[in-house]
Design a protein around this ligand. Sequence first.
Ligand SMILES: [Zn+2]
Length: 134
Amino acid sequence: MDGVVCASCHTWLIPDSAACPACGSPVVLEGEGKTVIDHLQPNCLIHRYEGSDLLEPAAVIKVGKSNVKAATRLKEYTKPITVPKHKVFSFDQTVLSSVQALRNERTATIHRYDQMIQSHWQHLRPYNPEAPYK
Ligand SMILES: [Zn+2]
C-alpha cells in the first residue's frame, strides 16, 4: 500500500506518518480507533460517461445542490470527481455484478466477431484486372 486517506479531512497520507499534516489527527492504521481509510468503501453507483453503460462503485464524499462529489478509487477521496446528482444511484451489488458480467460477455463476443470477420478478410487478394473475379 502506498498510502491511506485521513478519515476526518481526506488528505492523502504516507502510512508511516504520525499525524495528518492537514488536520493534525493522529494516524491510527488499525483497530477500533482507526483514523484512516485504507480501501474504497463504496456506498453508491455512479454513471460517469455519457453514452456508456458503465456503472462504477463509488463512495459519496459530499452531496451538493445539483452535483455529488464521489471517489471511485482511494486516491479520489483527496480529489473527488463531480457527478450530476441524477447519475448517482444507491449501491446495489446485484445490479452491479449483473451489469459487469454482461459487459464482459459483450466485450468477449465483440472480440470473437472481430476475429471471425478478420479471418474472412484474410482471403481477400489484391485487385487484378486480368482476373477480376478471382
Ligand atoms: Zn486529516
